[in-house]
Design a protein around this ligand. Structure first.
Ligand code: DGY
Length: 322
């Protein structure tokens, strides 16, 4: 690289990541971490050779078509790439990368937290304590479910799903999964493969979703499928809100058709989430923080930088998705 390429960074990244980026590139930073409008991104992109966005910036086909031709790459600071129209990027010759692997541990931790939080009524307990409403203890007080020894169903046995399976084994859970194809037993051990989502749902106690958001997975967890789950079942979602039909899930939680849910991701996040969730006691809710650890935020940044370095060295970036 003779002249340093210019990278537009759409959100505030960890200082260490921004420092490393500046070693290799000219950077346009967003120190105030303001959520840019698409028009602002298009305006700033006039000065950029690449964009380093998060999932909070949407690159629909129309936006990609309007990108200045000097923009060669969208190097995402995320593993999920549903915010980018990959086909439109390919057509325009814009390289797209993501940051897989580095957030599997952090996301698996949040999946376990949600599982435990939903099963053991952590939200209710927290609220009782914070509002100083705890008046009595009795054997009947706040009784939840144990996850130890239960059957965990993993929907999407990719990198995150595999780490969740390992962590869940620490709770003696038996692992079941559905994936487009069975995964090599070296990677998934004795996990039981189910060829259909329906078959999986009927045979598990806890569902944890780890499939990407796509046309094929939109609203996958709908009322017909939820009806296959038993009444003590728990749903955990750390993938993308789009995988769930919110009306169906809220109804099932309200009516006791299933026992509880733990959610980190939502349709319409951050500010247009189905209002039913906040009303329910049997849900444990977090604000899309699956990958939000210091370690992972740095690792995501370094991975995006490695991808950018490869791109501007005319090499194949490790995490190219389009
Ligand atoms: C991801 O990397 O996809 C996380 O959801 C944060 O964007």
């Amino acid at each position: 690289m003779d002249n340093k390429p210019v990278v537009l960074v759409t959100r505030k990244l960890p200082d260490a990541v921004e420092g490393k980026l500046a070693e290799h590139f000219e950077v346009i930073l967003n120190p105030d971490d303001r959520l840019y409008t698409t028009d602002e991104i298009l305006e700033l992109a006039n000065q950029a050779d690449a964009i380093l966005p998060c999932h909070t910036e949407k690159f629909i086909a129309e936006t990609i078509a309007l990108l200045p031709s000097r923009v060669k790459a969208i190097a995402n600071y995320s593993v999920g790439v549903d915010h980018v129209d990959l086909e439109a990027a390919t057509q325009k010759g814009v390289i797209v990368t993501n940051t897989p692997d580095v957030l599997s541990d952090a996301t698996a931790e949040i999946a376990m937290l949600l599982m435990l939080g939903a099963a053991r009524r952590a939200s209710e307990g927290e609220r009782i304590m914070r509002s100083q409403q705890w008046k009595d203890w009795s054997p009947a007080f706040m009784v939840g479910q144990q996850i130890t020894g239960k059957r965990l169903g993993i929907l999407g046995m990719g990198r995150v799903g595999q780490v969740v399976a390992q962590r869940a084994r620490g709770f003696d859970m038996t692992i079941h999964y559905h994936n487009r194809r069975p995964v090599d037993s070296e990677l998934v051990g004795d996990a039981v493969y189910h060829a259909s989502v329906e078959d999986l749902l009927a045979q598990i106690d806890v569902l944890s979703t780890h499939c990407p958001a796509s046309e094929q997975t939109r609203g996958l967890l709908n009322s017909q499928r939820i009806a296959l789950m038993h009444s003590n079942a728990i749903v955990v979602n750390t993938s993308r809100g789009g995988v769930v039909d919110d009306d169906a899930l809220v109804k099932a939680l309200e009516s006791g058709q299933i026992a509880a849910a733990g959610l980190d991701v939502y349709n319409g996040e951050p500010d247009n989430i189905h209002p039913g969730y906040a009303r329910l006691d049997n849900v444990f809710l977090l604000p899309h923080i699956g990958s939000a650890t210091h370690e992972t935020r740095n690792a995501m940044g370094y991975r995006a930088i490695d991808n950018l370095i490869a791109i501007f060295n005319h090499e194949q970036p490790r995490d190219r998705v389009a």
